[in-house]
Design a protein around this ligand. Structure first.
Ligand code: MG
Length: 169
């Protein structure tokens, strides 16, 4: 069978990815605050509605949807203790040397170019808003993959916004 015939429909992936973010406690408003945090100093007239528009465009990308469904699946399996050892232990502990969570985030950043990487590094270090919540190890939830994915979506949306401003000048 050809690859085309087995491909999942874009609309199915999009709604699944959005549903998973919501299920894991991440709203578009949370991501808006991250994008606003990253860009407000550069664009004093920036509105949250502009941020929302760029986030929605980023969430339409298949690379982004694939990262969300893959990462959330692994986080959920880890919460249920279903991963093989030693992967289970590494994902549960969010081990610094594991690093595959960051590689999945890179698959999102790759779509939007170099400004995205800088923004991602910054936001990952500061961990404002929802990123601090996702990183809270006391919650009983595992967000080893999701925190990097949400950071990458925000960084990519900020990058898209920055490029659109540049072209508007
Ligand atoms: Mg992580």
């Amino acid at each position: 069978m050809s690859k085309l015939m087995t491909a999942v429909r874009n609309s199915d992936l999009h709604s699944t990815a959005l549903g998973l973010l919501q299920k894991r406690g991440v709203t578009v408003d949370d991501i808006i605050e991250l994008v606003y945090f990253l860009q407000q100093d550069y664009y004093p007239k920036l509105t949250r509605e502009e941020c929302r528009m760029h986030i929605h465009e980023v969430l339409k990308k298949r690379e982004v949807q694939n990262a969300i469904i893959t990462g959330v699946q692994l986080d959920l399996l880890a919460e249920q203790g279903m991963l093989m050892e030693p992967l289970q232990q590494m994902v549960k502990a969010d081990e610094g040397l594991y690093g595959v969570d960051e590689v999945i985030a890179l698959s999102i950043l790759n779509v939007y170019g170099s400004i995205g990487f800088t923004n991602y590094g910054y936001i990952d270090k500061i961990k404002p808003g929802i990123l601090a919540k996702l990183n809270d190890k006391q919650s009983g939830k595992i967000h080893t993959f999701l925190d990097d994915i949400v950071g990458a979506i925000a960084a990519s949306s900020a990058s898209r916004l920055a490029h659109s401003q540049f072209h508007a000048d």
